[in-house]
Design a protein around this ligand. Structure first.
Ligand code: ADP
Ligand code: GN1
Ligand code: MG
Length: 364
């Protein structure tokens, strides 16, 4: 039986709730995502999402960004001969011309058309898939390259600013309970140990005056949809499209796709960074971005996965110290385990950084 809440939400999107079945889908840490099966010919499936208002308190601004970004992507897809409905996220209209429904009591909800026959992967299954992922991310940045960045508001200020993340981490360390800071001691030392090397790419980018671009900012590998031939279709999870450096999307994707284990691997002995996956991904990204990437942007790529696995470790550890307020967790200590995995991965990446660098230089 469908709950009264879902009944009300589906009605507000003009659907017939009595015909629909709803089931949870995805493994994201922020929103609650559902597949809505309308159970009938001519009534395609849809994606329903409850927006996390702790992370995105200003729903109006968030959805205004989403409307503009999805519209621009759809326009570009159409212009380049692709069907916008099957090559990018498209919002479902709610009542009164809005792209969302809700209030404080029932939460805030939005819908997208479901793109059929797609798969998402936690990690790259082979080098071809890594290449495809890299190319899809470059293509996405290219799609946005002619969009006016001022049309997109900064929904999460300092989102990928590691210096800001480290300041927050210090504050949470001071305020944390004795129990949590005790459990985090070894990881706090790892944060201190790797900070200079992780920050290196940021200072280099500033020194070189790297171009700012509209980028995706949440390119966890499972945010890329692949078709049944394992060709990348598009990127999803577009909430955080904001100005940034092109390597942001490379770093976050490699952190997730070029590893031997999951983001929250418990057994640190299983964690390693796969250099061949890095090479294939970088190849895909550089070839997909050949129309716009500068030589400096390419030369800095080896620092990108280091920055992102480290920053993710810092973010998970901060959330643990703050009492697990940001990310969804599946068990007590989950954020601590995630932080341990990400900081261990950072160490493995640093061991291979000179090999990554040699590879990137060999492409010139
Ligand atoms: P979250 O990561 O917050 O759970 P996503 O928007 O990434 O939410 O969606 C979760 C999963 O649902 C994705 O990994 C993908 O497999 C599937 N999915 C999401 N949106 C679509 C869509 N428009 N078409 C097809 N599949 C989708
Ligand atoms: C969150 O929504 P999801 O799970 O794709 C987070 C990302 C983190 C990721 C870590 C808005 O992404 O920044 O990299 O978890 N999104 C936000 O798994 O904070
Ligand atoms: Mg996702």
């Amino acid at each position: 039986m469908m709950s009264g809440l879902f009944f009300e939400i589906l009605n507000a999107f003009g659907l017939a709730p009595e015909r629909c079945r709803i089931k949870p889908i995805g493994s994201g840490h922020i929103h609650d995502t559902y597949l809505v099966d309308q159970c009938g010919e001519g009534h395609p499936p849809l994606i329903l999402q409850r927006i996390n208002t702790y992370v995105f308190p200003d729903v109006v601004v968030l959805m205004s960004n989403m409307e503009r970004v999805t519209a621009h992507v759809a326009f570009k897809n159409r212009k380049e001969g692709r069907d916008p409905a099957t090559s990018g996220l498209v919002l479902v209209e709610a009542t009164e011309g809005k792209s969302w429904v809700g209030n404080e009591e029932i939460g805030y909800w939005r819908m997208f058309w479901f793109i059929e026959n797609q798969h998402s992967y936690e990690r790259a299954e082979g080098n071809d898939m890594a290449f495809e992922g890299g190319r899809a991310i470059a293509r996405f940045q290219h799609l946005l390259s002619d969009m006016d960045p001022s049309l997109v508001s900064e929904v999460i200020p300092h989102f990928h600013d590691l210096r800001f993340r480290l300041e927050n981490f210090m504050i949470s360390r001071e305020k944390a309970s004795k129990e949590r800071s005790g459990a985090a001691r070894a990881l706090i030392e790892m944060v201190e140990q790797y900070s200079d090397e992780a920050l290196h790419i940021l200072s280099e980018s500033e020194k070189l005056g790297l171009p700012g671009r509209l980028v995706h900012n949440d390119t966890k590998f499972n945010n890329i949809l692949f078709n049944s031939e394992k060709k990348a279709t598009c990127l999803i999870d577009l909430d955080t499209v904001m100005p940034g450096y092109s390597w942001f999307d490379v770093g976050d994707a490699l952190r997730t796709c070029a590893t031997s284990s999951s983001e929250d691997e418990e057994d640190v002995r299983k964690i390693d960074f796969n250099l061949e996956t890095f090479k294939a991904f970088a190849h895909g990204f550089i070839s997909g971005g050949s129309a716009f990437l500068t030589a400096d942007e390419i030369s800095l790529l080896p620092g990108a996965p280091v920055y992102f696995s480290y920053m993710q470790g810092v973010r998970f550890l901060t959330d643990y110290l703050e009492g697990d307020v940001y990310y969804k967790t599946a068990f007590p200590g989950h954020n601590l385990q995630r932080a341990r995995a990400q900081l261990t991965l950072t160490g493995k990446m640093l061991e291979k950084k000179s090999q990554m660098h040699d590879f990137i230089m060999s492409l010139k």
